[in-house]
Design a protein around this ligand. Structure first.
Ligand code: C2E
Ligand code: MG
Ligand code: MG
Length: 690
């Protein structure tokens, strides 16, 4: 039943009860008033009538006594008329009393009074006749002996009747009083009953509304608290039932909307995997005391695939990669796509060995050829693994270290590699250096030192390498090892290199004008090699300075070719086509083989200092350097031995036909003016160095 109907019925019942409680006493009161009025009325009438009967009977008796004392007949005549009138009036009063009192209790009294009145009438008549016939004396005797006695009895009886009537009426009044008391009790009882019934009804109705409304409130609170699973119990057909049904509908639509929103916020739309936000959230709340591994995965050479085959193919490839990763995901592993070609995995409860095994499984799965749009694609990936809590206990640190481990694995083409804690991360003072770099460049705090390269066969200074220095206002001269890695990480190297190239080319052009015939070398970073503006910049600078391209040599490390080999190689080819010399720096410190170097358009190879160090005494280094020299000769590459510090090393290198030597034994990196002065002093006879 609806709440409206319930309330309507409740109020109707209450009003009905109220009306009954009010109407009943009214009706009883009316009846009591009518009865009381009737009794009072009858009582008054009967009292008057009996009084009248007595008065007239006595008046007739007095008239009779007067008659007896009146001697003259003519004087008695008017007295007769008065007496007759009194007798008639007394008779009428008695008749009226007879008429009014039909009550059987008083019937006997009435009959006795009527009888006495009859006898009194007869004796009265006889007394009157005796007055006329035998005289007053005889009449008086008759009167005293008989008439007066009957009159007295009559008066007594009417008096008795009156008393009786009064008693009867008194009893009736008492009855009425009892009835009034009864009526009062009934009214009180009914009023109390109505009150109790009203309270009970109000309580029942209120309860029948309040309880379901409370249920509805509880449902609304559950929805507000995000509980969309608890079913809304609803068997009701009233307004609250309708409210509960709307709440259930509202809950369902909020749940589905929330699910849609969290899907948008937390799910990668391309692969359906958790996205970076979700992954960081999961990573941010590992259960206390838990351990495991965070694996960052990047697809090798994804950008060229994307560029060559189009983004649609790239997207489908990413979906297939995600599917493969899901296949090897395993229990307790959370997989997410961070962005682009980067994925991340959280492996709960694993040690290094298990994490490495998992990484190998992933690599094996990804290396199996993939078919995208009918094309066979062979892809590879690099994985960086960090263990928690060993390598970090917060998400940001773990992500950063895993990213670095991944970049390292990519550079080394190692497949996967483990993070190395905080090694390689900027210390506090480095962080402040990073912040100051931009300002330093603008202020002209960077400068170049030049380190000569000695041509051993020709015994002349054939070249010089430009090495960057930072003249810090507080810290003095800062070596590039302290800021170049961070400039590379932050991308600021993109602003440093053009400055270095401009400076180097301008200096070399000046030297050429001054008749100093050296090839100047500048170092390039991996990011520079991927910079699409690099070749254009070099071409423009050479044109502007009129420096022949072969007077410029650009040094790159093997690792610079690892991130996006295709693009890097394309730029190398373009630079080589310009006529610029290219050099492989720090050869031997990485994984690159000479077979690989052979495929690059390079002219020069710089053997890393680690192999040159003690080459005259260390047999292993000697073997490596000697074989490298032999092979490079075969391949037509000029070899520079880096970091030769002693004359003995220099002599060994000369004996083994090394082309060029760069090291402290020749000269340290020198400021421009010192370098020029040094050239002037030494160049005519470099043999003095030996
Ligand atoms: P690099 O290109 O291999 O430069 C040679 C480094 O070896 C220089 O260190 C040089 O001072 C040092 N060296 C030369 N001979 C000897 C020797 O006999 N003994 C020892 N112990 N060291 C020797 P530097 O100047 O500190 O530069 C370090 C690295 O910083 C460079 O290695 C290069 O990779 C990088 N770098 C320097 N300038 C630039 C630059 O302008 N751009 C870029 N991208 N990198 C630069
Ligand atoms: Mg170099
Ligand atoms: Mg080097």
């Amino acid at each position: 039943m609806s709440i409206r109907a319930r309330l309507a019925i409740g109020f109707a019942l209450l009003l009905g009860l109220l009306f009954a409680v009010a109407a009943l006493p009214l009706q009883r009161l009316e009846a009591l008033t009518a009865r009381t009025a009737d009794i009072v009325d009858r009582q008054a009438r009967l009292a008057i009538l009996s009084q009248r009967a007595n008065q007239h009977a006595q008046a007739a008796a007095i008239g009779l006594l007067n008659l007896m004392q009146t001697g003259e007949r003519a004087a008695r005549v008017p007295l007769y008329a008065a007496m007759d009138a009194d007798i008639a009036a007394a008779d009428m009063a008695v008749a009226d009393i007879e008429m009014a009192l039909l009550n059987p209790a008083t019937r006997a009294n009435i009959e006795r009074i009527a009888d006495l009145r009859q006898r009194y009438g007869d004796l009265f008549q006889q007394t009157v006749e005796l007055i006329e016939i035998e005289g007053a004396a005889a009449a008086r005797r008759h009167f005293e002996d008989r008439t007066q006695k009957v009159l007295n009895t009559l008066l007594f009886e009417t008096q008795a009747l009156e008393t009786r009537l009064l008693e009867t009426m008194q009893a009736e009044l008492e009855q009425l009083g009892a009835a009034a008391l009864h009526a009062r009790r009934l009214v009180i009882f009914l009023a109390a009953g109505a009150l109790v019934a009203g309270i009970a009804m109000a309580w029942t109705i209120a309860r029948s509304i309040v309880v379901p409304v409370r249920e509805a409130v509880a449902v609304a609170e559950r929805i507000a608290g995000g509980d969309y699973l608890t079913a809304v119990a609803n068997g009701r057909r009233d307004e609250v039932g309708a409210l509960l049904a709307s709440l259930a509908t509202m809950r369902d639509s909020i749940a589905s909307r929330e699910e849609r929103i969290s899907r948008l916020a937390y799910v990668d739309p391309l692969t359906g995997l958790p996205n970076r936000t979700r992954f960081l959230e999961i990573l941010g709340m590992p259960p206390a005391g838990s351990r495991g591994a965070l694996v960052m995965l990047g697809i090798d050479r994804f950008a060229p695939i994307n560029n060559a085959l189009g983004h649609a193919v790239g997207d489908r490839l990413l979906c297939q990669i995600a599917a493969r990763l899901c296949e090897v995901q395993g229990k307790g592993c959370t997989l997410a796509r961070l962005w682009g070609d980067e994925f991340a995995l959280l492996l709960a409860d694993v040690d290094c060995t298990a994490a490495a095994r998992h990484a190998e499984r992933i690599l094996a799965a990804l290396r199996a050829p993939m078919m995208v749009d009918g094309q066979r694609l062979d892809i590879d990936a690099s994985l960086g693994i960090v263990m928690y809590p060993r390598d970090g206990d917060d998400g940001a640190t773990l992500m950063r270290r895993a990213q670095r481990a991944m970049a390292l694995a990519k550079r080394r083409r190692a497949g996967y590699g483990f993070g190395d804690g905080d090694e390689g991360e900027p210390a506090h003072e480095e962080l402040s250096l990073i912040g100051e770099m931009r300002e330093a460049l603008a202020r002209g705090d960077f400068l170049l030192h030049y380190q000569p390269k000695l041509d051993l066969a020709g015994q002349r200074i054939a070249g010089a390498e430009a090495l960057l220095r930072w003249r810090h206002p507080e810290q003095g001269m800062i070596a590039p090892g302290r800021f170049i890695p961070f400039a590379e990480q932050t991308g600021f190297i993109r602003e440093i290199t053009p400055w270095v190239l401009a400076r180097v080319i301008a200096d070399a052009a000046q030297w050429r004008r001054d008749g100093i015939a050296v090839v100047v070398s500048a170092n390039l970073s991996a990011l520079d090699l991927l910079n699409r503006d690099l070749v254009g910049l070099v071409r423009r600078l050479l044109d502007e300075s009129s420096l022949p391209a072969d007077r410029l040599c650009l040094e790159i490390t093997e690792s610079a070719l690892m991130d996006e080999p295709e693009l890097a190689l394309q730029h190398l080819n373009e630079l080589a086509a310009l006529g610029v010399k290219l050099s492989i720096d720090d050869y031997g410190s990485g994984q690159a083989s000479l077979a690989y170097v052979k495929t690059l358009p390079v002219h020069e190879l710089k053997i890393d200092r680690a192999f040159v160090d003690g080459v005259d005494t260390d047999a292993k280094n000697a073997a490596i350097v000697r074989s490298t020299l032999l092979l490079c000769r075969e391949l037509g590459l000029t070899v520079v031995a880096e970091g030769a510090e002693t004359p003995a090393e220099l002599a060994w290198l000369a004996d083994n036909d090394c082309d060029l030597v760069q090291g402290y034994v020749v000269a340290r990196p020198l400021p421009l003016d010192d370098f020029l002065a040094w050239i002037e002093a030494v160049a005519p006879d470099p043999a003095v160095l030996a």
